[in-house]
Design a protein around this ligand. Structure first.
Ligand code: ZN
Length: 284
């Protein structure tokens, strides 16, 4: 069965959801969220607006029967992206663009100094904050995008992994985030060794911090990560999961890998995390 077929069936099967639909503003109750046949929320919390417009993305969400959470990059201007929200005015402009569009309002937080750019009051307009570990301290402690070919990465995979696990712990333990995305991603030079580098001990350390801080783990359909072995440890620890595509238009709402892993793990609605009514943790 195609993913589209499953999605549509799940959506129609949601019954009451259609009464309100995805379009109406303020539809935040559980019954308004499209669901898979197993009752898992069809929500993509990792949708980037660059290369498109909010309205085009909202239209795509309806077409796909997947509710979206949209994230713009947020942090200091030292972070280089097409748009980086760096103060209250810019953040409030972003959340007001999303108001009444039937999407969750999010940001992708950058580095360790993002929350200081905003007041609590402005952060409270967000439904959630997501981040990842892919920007990492480079030479001189400067922010370095690990996926760029200019990145200067340690030759010893084991030394890198020890630092990388510590980086995960630092972010999970110290940042007021709701979701960690792109979990367990490795830079190109080490990606082939995923199975050996993500040892049981390293996985347990990272999962332990998720559990302790109550942070949700994204199952990424774009990177097809984390792998099942990693996810099993997370499930056993009681981590709550969410789905994400890290998509730029029109590659969003594609949740095949996320749903496949959810089925392998036997996830139920109670294992899934969705933004709460009281908003992002950073704004509370
Ligand atoms: Zn992203």
């Amino acid at each position: 069965m195609s993913h589209e077929g499953m999605t549509r069936r799940g959506f129609l099967g949601a019954g009451a959801a259609l009464a309100c639909g995805l379009t109406a503003a303020g539809c935040a109750t559980r019954g308004d969220i499209p669901a898979s046949p197993e009752g898992l929320p069809l929500v993509d919390l990792h949708v980037h607006p660059d290369k498109s417009t909010v309205d085009a993305i909202v239209a795509l969400s309806k077409e796909k029967g997947v509710k979206f959470g949209m994230v713009e990059h947020a942090g200091t201007k030292e972070n280089v992206y097409p748009r980086v929200l760096s103060n209250d005015e810019e953040l409030l402009s972003w959340t007001s663009e999303l108001e009444g569009k039937g999407v969750y309002k999010g940001v992708q937080a950058e580095w360790l100094d993002w929350s200081g750019c905003f007041s609590k009051k402005a952060l409270a307009t967000l439904d959630y904050v997501l981040t990842d570990t892919m920007t990492f301290p480079g030479p001189g402690g400067k922010r370095m995008k690990l996926w760029e070919k200019e990145a200067v990465i340690e030759d010893s995979a084991d030394l890198f992994m020890d630092d990388y696990v510590d980086w995960h712990l630092q972010i999970l333990n110290e940042q007021p985030i709701d979701v960690l995305a792109n979990v367990s991603w490795l830079p190109g030079k080490f990606a082939k060794s995923y199975a050996t580098l993500w040892t049981q001990r390293r996985i347990e350390k990272v999962v332990g911090a998720f559990v302790q801080q109550g942070i949700s783990m994204e199952i990424s359909s774009s990177f097809m990560l984390p792998e099942l072995r990693f996810l099993r440890v997370a499930k056993a620890g009681g981590v709550k999961f969410c789905f994400g595509s890290n998509g730029r238009y029109p590659n969003m709402g594609k949740l095949d890998y996320s749903l496949q892993m959810a089925r392998e793990l036997g996830l139920k609605r109670k294992d899934m995390w969705l933004p709460k009514k009281n908003g992002a943790r950073a704004g509370r």
